[in-house]
Design a protein around this ligand. Structure first.
Ligand SMILES: Nc1ncnc2c1ncn2[C@@H]1O[C@H](COP(=O)(O)OP(=O)(O)OP(=O)(O)O)[C@@H](O)[C@H]1O
Ligand SMILES: [Mg+2]
Length: 283
């Protein structure tokens, strides 16, 4: 039986009259990779920041290993590593110095700090660059440093806020591999992303969040199956419309019909279709 490592219960976060979160609830199993997906402003970062103890909810609870986060804040912070949406490394310091400072902030013994730095630089393939200043690094390498810095104090749960935003496809895959390796070594991961292929490839389960509420949670494949198997894109003059089918023969029939007047394309359904369907329903 899988252990629930993280439970988020009815979170509400208000900024003046704006509800950033409006009753968000979900559970994450130990060693799972759980992805939060939703449009800009849906509340993803707010959820991660509350779980990391960086901001308090207006109401609602977070439990880590069944312990109330706010009642065990110092302990909870030791169990969690957060990788922010925006790179907040010290640009003038080297990779090693950035990791070192994190160790000091978490009150790790010096011998452990040195050991962890060596392990993590090796793990992320950054050993040769340990003395490089952050400002000299490519965006992909900065993201790597950001990830291993959050692992310095050996957190049980890693929160990744858009870990591959703005990276090229080759570097994104390298980061995916790093993330999967972190999960394989036993860390539970909650990540947010706007790249549906990323969630489809990495996540065990995904949650769709709209307007501060979790709408539905399932595996990427189950979400796709619920929509069907084939997607037919029809490029009408004023909009691109997609039709979904379970059977290929039915899709091909429509393909022939529409191709007389429009550009059409038949393909497999992806998680991006699921996301777009939710957006359309809400519009
Ligand atoms: N400090 C703040 N003060 C006021 N409003 C805020 C603050 N932080 C977030 N918000 C608002 O709360 C809502 C949720 O923001 P949040 O950053 O959690 O969304 P998100 O899902 O992470 O979006 P994105 O995909 O763009 O990163 C948004 O409407 C945002 O403008
Ligand atoms: Mg965000």
């Amino acid at each position: 039986m899988s252990i629930i490592i993280l439970r988020v219960e009815n979170l509400i976060k208000k900024y003046d009259s704006l509800y950033a979160l409006n009753g968000a609830s979900f559970e994450v199993k130990e060693k799972e990779l759980f992805a939060l997906l939703g449009p800009n402003g849906a509340g993803k970062t707010t959820i991660l920041r509350i779980i990391a103890g960086l901001t308090n909810p207006t109401s609602g609870k977070v439990y880590i290993f069944q312990k109330d986060l706010l009642k065990n804040l110092i302990w909870a912070k030791s169990q969690i590593g957060i990788i922010p949406q925006h790179i907040n490394l010290d640009l003038e310091l080297t990779i090693e110095e950035n990791l070192f400072i994190h160790g000091l902030l978490y009150k790790m013994p010096l011998s452990l700090i040195k050991k962890r730095i060596n392990e993590l630089l090796e793990f992320a393939g950054l050993n040769e660059r340990r003395d490089s200043k952050i400002k000299e690094l490519s965006e992909g390498l900065k993201r790597r440093v950001l990830i291993i810095r959050a692992l310095m104090h050996q957190p049980k749960i890693l929160l990744l806020d858009e870990p591959t935003a703005g990276l090229d496809p080759h570097i994104r895959r390298k980061i995916w591999s790093l993330i999967k390796n972190i999960q394989t070594r036993g860390t539970t991961i909650v990540l947010t992303t706007h790249y549906m292929d990323e969630a489809e490839n990495l996540a065990d389960r995904v949650a769709f969040i709209f307007s501060g509420r979790i709408i539905e949670i399932d595996t990427p494949q189950n979400f796709i199956n619920k929509l069907g198997s084939y997607a037919l894109d029809v490029y009408f003059s004023d909009e691109l419309k997609t039709f979904y089918f379970n059977e290929k023969t039915a899709a091909e029939k429509e393909l022939i019909k529409y191709s007389k007047n429009y550009f059409v394309s038949l393909r497999k359904i992806t998680l991006e279709d699921v996301f777009l369907q939710y957006v359309e329903k809400r519009l």
